[in-house]
Design a protein around this ligand. Structure first.
Ligand SMILES: O=C(CO)[C@H](O)COP(=O)(O)O
Length: 156
């Protein structure tokens, strides 16, 4: 369990707007969160999910925030987009165990939700659970994650 003050980014397309708003409110009230940066969309905006996902993932990669939560209709497009940014690991989450392992096994900095897939209360609960996990670089999982990082660093 972590005792950090997380700097969190949130982002969504129009299909994930309502969940983003609700989760951002929860995060802002959570004592484990130091800051919440909202990358949009604003209500009524129709920015493609990939644009939001890439922008948020770049902020994570630059170290401007520690972690992020992305929401679209399924969570899939957001995860695919975020994973294109080197150094970023993102996954769609819809159950408690995968939420835990996304951090403790995979060192994901980003989770995504599908507003059309999971209920709001489940998404809110998973977001809260997620804040309690922090990857342990001394864990046996680190050498496995390192395979991904080494692949990203390869010279073509
Ligand atoms: O869920 C989405 C992408 O994974 C997005 O919110 C909707 O995408 P669309 O089905 O292509 O409109």
């Amino acid at each position: 369990m972590s005792s950090r003050q997380w700097r969190i980014a949130v982002g969504a397309d129009e299909a994930g707007f309502q969940y983003k708003e609700a989760i951002a409110r929860d995060l802002a009230e959570d004592s484990r969160v130091g800051s919440v940066v909202d990358f949009g969309v604003a209500e009524g905006e129709t920015t493609p999910y990939a644009s939001v996902g890439l922008t948020v993932a770049e902020a994570v990669a630059r170290g401007e925030v520690d972690r992020a939560i992305l929401i679209c209709g399924t969570g899939i497009g957001m995860a695919i987009s975020a994973n294109k940014v080197p150094g970023v690991r993102a996954t769609t989450v819809s159950d408690s165990y995968s939420c835990e392992r996304s951090v403790l096994s995979n060192d994901c900095q980003i989770i995504s939700f599908g507003q059309r897939v999971v209920g709001l209360e489940l998404a809110r609960r998973l977001a809260s659970e997620w804040l309690g996990y922090e990857f342990d670089p001394a864990s046996p999982s680190n050498s496995k994650v390192s395979v991904i990082s080494a692949y990203e660093r390869r010279t073509p």
